[in-house]
Design a protein around this ligand. Sequence first.
Ligand code: ANZ
Length: 833
Amino acid sequence: MERYDHQKIEKDAQEKWASLNLYQADLSDETKEPYYLLAEFPYPSGDLHIGHWYAFAVTDIYARVLRAQGKNVLFPIGFDAFGLPAENAAIKHGLDPKEWTYKNMDRMRAQLRSMGASFDWSKEVVTCDPSYYQWTQWLFTKLFEQGLAERKKAAVKWCPKDQTVLANEQVIDGCCERCGTEVEERQLIQWFLKITDYAERLLTDLEPLPWREEIKDAQRAWIGKSDGAKLTFSIPNTDQSVEVFTTRPDTIFGVTYVVLAPEHPLVEALLPKIKNADTVLSYIAETKKKTERERSENKEKTGVVLEGISVLNPATQKTIPVYLADYVLASYGTGAVMAVPAHDERDFEFAIKMQTLPIVNVIDPGDAIHSMPVTILRAAHEGSYENEMVQARKLLHERILSGREYYLGTGTLVNSGEFSGRNSEEAKDDLIAFVGGEKKTQYRLRDWLVSRQRYWGCPIPVVYDPDGKPHAVPSEHLPWILPTDVNVTPNGSEAPLASSKELKERVIKIFGEGWTPEYDTLDTFVDSSWYFSRYLDVKNEHHFSDMAMMKKWLPVNRYSGGSEHTTMHLLYARFFTKALYDLALVPTAEPFIERFNRGLIMGPDGQKMSKSKGNVINPDDVVSELGADSVRTYLAFIGPYNEPGSYPWKPEGVVAMRKFLDRVSRLIERVADDAKTPLSIQRALAQAIQKVTDDSHRFKFNTAIAALMTFLNQLEKEDALSVEVYRNYLILLTPFAPHLCEYLWSTSGGEGSVNNAPWPEPSAELLTHTSIELAVQVNGKLKGLISASPEATEDDVVALARSLPVVEQLLASGAPKRVIYVPGKILNLVVPR
Ligand code: ANZ
């Protein structure tokens, strides 16, 4: 079978597009409607993998559809170019992180071009370029002036061997990922952006966004709002007390002990009074090795009592013991909990483990017991619950009331003094008042830790005066250049920038003796929190972007990205935009209107692609063998693009796509100048236009391609095709296979570029009048044929059938006794004989 020469065709097409400068958006064009299509910009790791193709080549399809439909499309590209891999390459192989990064970008630009993606390269942003990070720094100083950037002490994981701070992900089972040394926790002063100030707005502004619910849910869970109360447990004979955050103030009478996080500051203050201080201190040391995730996981509970310390339950006025336990996290709520073992699973497990702690039920489930899940019933009634559900429920009820089983639900208060007998939900507020507490809304979201003790990042534009007070570097000194005389390998308790002589001298020269630099760099998520604004005015030397352009182009119409960025990046960018909006620096409080997450491409074995599994597909190889258009079309066909999912890469699938394209390339043999287009083909064209258009708008490229395949089958049955039908087919296929279509367009005498050809409009008449022949039977005997739309209702087709004289005669003007209608196939009318 004859194959088209993809290597030549693709090279020619790309050269033609470059010479026509087809994809450069004129942002101030007022004649067309603007559409900002954004795909998350890549990290320059050095080699383009299939994931990049999936991200960019498929989103590009939509850019092309929109452009053909007459929109002024901005589809930019850049590089998220700061970050650890450059630094690791420096540490491991002695390479210059800058050189490594810029070389990788060069390589990736070439690879990205091979996709035939219609990026507007004239607006490229590179976050590690001083012309970009100058503005990251400037925006940081604005947040700093506003009090939204601040320094706080925070616990960080520290590897004593590598002498460096580790990210949580770099701690495996309490040990350093690199060298296996047990990590420690250190309290270091770090920079934070106060995203928690925006927690409520990040939630409420999420509501109207047209995002998929699971994306919104993930953000909601990350923000983690809970309504509850702050209650105080005083320590008798001292002026100290323990504050707790609880969502269940209704269970206050059931509090039989209090638990502090091991890091709780009270522990140090109480130490002289703690009788088993040694045990307590060694428990604290053990905890330091665990990550928060390990502590939150449902493992066997551990803890230690503070001997000699007790607190007063403000409801019962009884003294109760105080424990340290690592299931309580220092960073959430107040870092302390009132433990209610009868109504909280973790407290229950802990009480059982410690053996001596009372479990006092304070909520009677009442009728709710009848809807308790069967698994609990089974536990309650060891084994034979099937025939004895009533008995089992009774047993469970007894076990709950006697504190042998915990109960998480609501019900009627018992053992709760004057509150006994009331509904637990309704009594909450009164109980808070009774113990002198206050209502409190708590968020799981923490402030965003943005300082990194790393080299290859944006220097934090801050200097310290001789008293150690931080000052923003004034804008005339921005960009605050990343020094180059730096020892990148961590060699002490300080960040790499501390080894720069030039940086220290620079600060003294500008600010005076005694002034010192900040040595930390910014988390790269800061760089990517505003890049979409920079694309709008990438060369601006006086401002981070242009207000008029931002007003015109923001929010981004559609943001296409990976599901791994649903929480961090998307939340950070939303927060950043809101903070800048409040400073009147950007015109919109939300950065993105639509957000689409794509699925994952797996190896041919259905596993995640990884070098160790040997299942990595190198796109360059496939492109050189089968062509970029085959890869693009295959990736678009693999599944719906806007849904979570994972798709194995099937080599035979790409080959099948290539065969489809080869068939398209031969269609030209049927084109004849004098060919007439039969009604059936006119209708098929109208349907194909409609389907490809609609499906593309929803990122359902898979079904759009299926429609083009069906249409091809129909076209191949025709002996002669009109140029018009043929060209329309090419226009519809261009977004998917732009190179081949460009070639066929010229070959068939098309003018200019197929990319400039306007998107066809389906004729409404052809769409609605699409009809098929339907056999009409009366009492099972064929009486004639009618032509009806496949969507016609039963009433419609009966009316049509009656227009046949023979049918009307048999019905004798009455209604049929029964109607059997199989749309698109048959209509059978049953009449009394
Ligand atoms: C008493 C109680 C009784 C609780 C009960 C629950 C059920 P959410 O909904 O996630 O906000 N808690 C509070 N601070 C904590 C911390 N630093 N570490 C671990 N657990 C903590 O969870 C709030 C509940 O989690 C709080 O309500 C508290 O336990 C616990 F029948 O207080 B509760």
